[in-house]
Design a protein. Structure first.
Length: 405
């Protein structure tokens, strides 16, 4: 395999990374985001690191929490495929021993991970080779194709019966939500083999190839993942939260020891695919993990429990078009609830991404890239209306629109 095939990155991001390096007196650090096709990393976006455990002229250690926050908004199939950092005031670009250690560690988590190093003028690319030896590679400066995705929906109504003794401590609702998450997770895992996929009313079988079901817009008709109905058990979606581990009998549920809460769960999940020849059977474990571990857990844990109406209210998901693929944030249609759950977290996150666009200043942007950026700014405007910091974000966007246009 020729080295030029080992890595693909658009020229836009090369220039933006150089701009970031030249505008900082300290070492910069950031993440390369994209996907791999036939073991070749393809960069779709970059995000500069803004929180550090340590940052100086000669070194930078990013805050691990920032990386986890970034990972939580990324869709299945697109994620971290590399890192970039700078060597300020260096006449030569090289991969230091510390850089080698970092890349080896990351490559254990993300195979074929790429490390990009720049001094603001020159830029080099590195990858782990055989026997954990770091080698310099060449990049193909090209705009990568954005893969299509399966759009999977799960819409279900649940009744969750909670023991009254647990409800006495309503000030500790985080513990209760963890128990609800665990109960729902176990429930879905137990019945997973019974769940069926449909497009409209047509059943999709495991040996079906995914190609004709792939889409590129969230407005397309989604696949519906359905829990089968059981005529002999109409209360299939009934979960029990008990104050002990003993088996719950029918008699226990008939008495007044349990209070019923309702939860209407709606998930809309894009699952990006770089291999169109996969079957639904090949992806069953990915769909299961994405629904249960990455989506259900987040939404239920960040829900609001209304003890008066006995409703568990999950946040809604908003998808932001980020360089042609969708990242996700959660929020309520209520500013006060967002203030309690998401406000500062998402304010800092969106400010960080918006600030990154300043590194595109004085770069000749194609119509397609401008379109992607303006679409992202439009989506951020829309979602920010649900937060108290809406006006601050709007002012940042106004300045960026002048730069981009």
């Amino acid at each position: 395999m020729k080295s030029i095939r080992l890595f693909r990155i658009p020229e836009l991001f090369i220039n933006a990374i150089k701009n970031q390096a030249l505008s900082s007196k300290q070492e910069i650090y950031g993440w390369l985001l994209g996907y791999q096709r036939e073991d070749i990393p393809n960069v779709l976006a970059i995000i500069e690191c803004t929180r550090f455990e340590q940052q100086s002229v000669i070194s930078a250690v990013p805050d691990v929490k920032e990386f986890h926050e970034l990972s939580s908004v990324m869709p299945q199939g697109i994620g971290t495929i590399g890192i970039y950092h700078s060597h300020p005031f260096s006449s030569e670009v090289f991969h230091s021993h510390t850089d080698d250690t970092t890349l080896i560690s990351l490559s254990n988590q993300f195979p074929n991970c790429v490390s990009l190093v720049t001094n603001g003028k020159q830029i080099n690319f590195y990858q782990m080779g055989k026997n954990s030896k770091i080698k310099e590679i060449k990049a193909k400066i090209i705009t990568s194709e954005i893969p299509k995705f399966l759009l999977v929906n799960l819409n279900e109504h649940f009744v969750i019966k909670i023991n009254k003794n647990i409800l006495q401590d309503i000030n500790n609702d985080k513990n209760l939500k963890v128990r609800i998450v665990n109960a729902m997770s176990n429930y879905l895992k137990n019945i997973w083999d019974e769940l069926k996929l449909f497009l409209r009313n047509s059943r999709i079988f495991e040996n079906t190839t995914i190609k004709k079901y792939l889409v590129d817009q969230l407005t397309k008709q989604p696949l519906q993942l359905k829990i089968p109905s059981h005529p002999q058990n109409k209360k299939l979606n009934q979960l029990i939260i008990s104050n002990n581990e003993k088996l719950i009998s029918k008699a226990d549920l008939i008495n007044d020891d349990y209070v019923p809460f309702t939860l209407d769960l709606s998930l809309k999940i894009p699952i990006y695919q770089s291999n169109e020849n996969n079957t639904f059977g090949d992806l069953s474990h990915i769909i299961k993990s994405e629904i249960i571990s990455n989506n259900l857990l987040q939404k239920v844990y960040h829900s609001v429990i209304d003890f008066k109406t006995r409703k568990i209210i999950p946040p809604k998901e908003y998808h932001l078009n980020f360089f042609g693929f969708y990242i996700k944030i959660l929020c309520f249609n209520d500013q006060e609830l967002n203030e309690l759950q998401f406000s500062q977290k998402y304010f800092e996150f969106l400010k960080k991404i918006l600030a990154m666009f300043y590194s595109f200043e004085k770069i000749d942007l194609s119509k397609k890239i401008k379109s992607h950026i303006m679409a992202f700014l439009h989506d951020v405007k829309k979602v920010s209306q649900n937060f108290l910091w809406h006006n601050e974000i709007i002012n940042i966007i106004k300045n960026l629109e002048k730069i981009i246009s």
